[in-house]
Write a protein that binds this ligand. Structure first.
Ligand code: ATP
Ligand code: PRP
Length: 224
């Protein structure tokens, strides 16, 4: 029998929104998948030819790009940061909605005009996206790479500004920061390894179509 199709799912906040979508396309993981205490990384589903792995958000893209997982669910922030040529992203799932923004301390923003910047130093998990965003208008971005808790960087003098994901704005507010510029809107995408999409089309194409149909159905419900 052929190896199962592996779907890579990110731990963290997208996971919660992903489970109902998986169920609606007929994929139900074994119970341990939703158990925060479980140390397992690979899980069976109700479909013998489909397995799941639960990995960090940035690693979902790495597993799929290298063909170690054939399918994944990942934020467009991660795809835009790395721009993997081996990844095909056919469906915007409409979950994990947020935006990538530049933020700075409230006091600094009062007398600041982003149009006058020629050089910025920012703390971010997204140095690639940040440099490209600023380079497009001739601003040189010096990036300090962090993997989390960017919001603490300005007050401790690590970098005067940050580039991070924002949704409700609560994290910025509680750390004395304000958004001064949006870099891009973010939502989660279904991704597929391009080579696997060709060689295992009979298994993968129906799954992609099931997700596409689900999103279209939800769009119609929203519009009604
Ligand atoms: N505030 C948010 N609102 C909506 N979606 C978000 C938000 N923050 C992150 N996301 C989305 O969820 C993905 C995973 O983010 P999350 O914060 O759960 O991971 P993380 O804790 O930073 O990851 P890791 O611990 O694996 O490095 C992001 O890549 C983004 O697409
Ligand atoms: O605008 P808000 O609604 O406050 O959301 C923004 C926060 O959400 C994300 O972090 P998350 O809480 O996922 O955890 P992390 O810091 O571990 O990445 C992001 O990195 C911000 O810190």
């Amino acid at each position: 029998m052929a190896d199962p199709i592996i779907i890579a799912i990110p731990k963290g906040r997208i996971l919660v929104e992903t489970l109902p979508m998986l169920a609606r396309v007929g994929i139900v993981p074994e119970a341990a998948f939703s158990d925060e205490d479980s140390r397992a990384l690979r899980f069976a589903t109700n479909q013998p030819h489909i397995g799941l792995i639960r990995v960090r958000a940035f690693d979902v893209a790495t597993f799929v790009a290298h063909g170690a997982a054939q399918i994944g669910i990942v934020g467009s922030d991660v795809l835009d940061e790395f721009d993997y040529s081996e990844i095909y992203a056919p469906v915007d799932l409409g979950i994990g909605r947020c935006r990538l923004s530049v933020a700075e301390p409230v006091e600094m923003a009062a007398g600041d005009d982003p149009r006058e910047w020629s050089h910025v130093r920012v703390a971010t998990k997204y140095p690639g996206l940040t440099r490209r965003h600023f380079a497009a208008r001739g601003v040189q971005a010096e990036c300090v790479k962090l993997n989390g808790a960017m919001e603490i960087a300005p007050v401790l003098g690590l970098a005067s500004r940050i580039v991070d994901l924002v949704s409700s704005g609560r994290t910025l507010k509680e750390n004395g920061l304000v958004e001064v510029e949006t870099i891009c809107e973010v939502s989660a995408r279904l991704i597929v390894n391009r080579a696997a999409f060709k060689t295992r089309a009979e298994e993968i194409a129906p799954l992609v179509e099931a997700f596409r149909a689900l999103v279209a159905e939800e769009g119609q419900q929203d519009a009604a």
